[in-house]
Write a protein that binds this ligand. Sequence first.
Ligand SMILES: Nc1ncnc2c1ncn2[C@@H]1O[C@H](COP(=O)(O)OP(=O)(O)OP(=O)(O)O)[C@@H](O)[C@H]1O
Length: 236
Amino acid sequence: MSEPTRQNGNGPALALRAIARSYREGPSRLQVLDGAALDIHPGEVVALIGPSGSGKSTLLHIAGLLEKPDSGAVVIGGEDMAAARDARRTRVRRLEVGFVYQFHHLLPEFSALENVLLPQLIANRSRGEGRKRAGDLLDRLGLAARARHRPAELSGGEQQRVAIARALANRPRLLLADEPTGNLDPRTAGHVHEELLHLVRTEGLAALIATHNLELASGMDRIVRLENGRLVEERR
Ligand SMILES: Nc1ncnc2c1ncn2[C@@H]1O[C@H](COP(=O)(O)OP(=O)(O)OP(=O)(O)O)[C@@H](O)[C@H]1O
């Protein structure tokens, strides 16, 4: 199978076009997304805001190829992944998309370093190269001394930093994050958020970060708000 091609050029890293998604709700359907559209260019960090239940997680799952829209296009690197076959979607998801959740979802029996190494082994990177990348990312997140610790031996902030390193391990073009600091105390959340932004910027990624925290949102390049199933650019 061919490698996903990097057609960065001047095109967006992610383009969402007319995304619709509804869920069954008893006898009727709940239209969560109804024509949502968004372009994110390489190097851009976009905050995704909207009230609880407005569809932020649904939108992130669709952008991250974890879920399919009912209609619309999800263009990653110039290719519409909504129309792609499942094997292709899985491959692009593994190599091109990094995901950070509110809870770390690290594998408890593995060390921090191994948790960052694993997605690289799944993507067929050599163990040596993978360890180097994992060590480098943990180092940049201030976790050099914690690399051999298991998740249960780490603080909440440290666990989220490992989850961030894991998301970036395969050098994705796109980082998607769903309340990545929502489970941390405000001070730690601020620190981890700054480190996440710094890494995203130095790696030149595009990022879409859902947050309820308007202060964190205001530090990003743009803010988009989910409203009645559509994305509205927030004026600043
Ligand atoms: N798999 C599903 N089946 C049925 N309904 C769903 C499913 N996933 C989400 N929903 C519904 O879709 C709506 C949007 O949910 P979603 O989790 O995307 O919102 P959100 O903006 O991320 O909310 P929060 O800020 O509370 O995390 C909600 O009403 C939810 O109940």
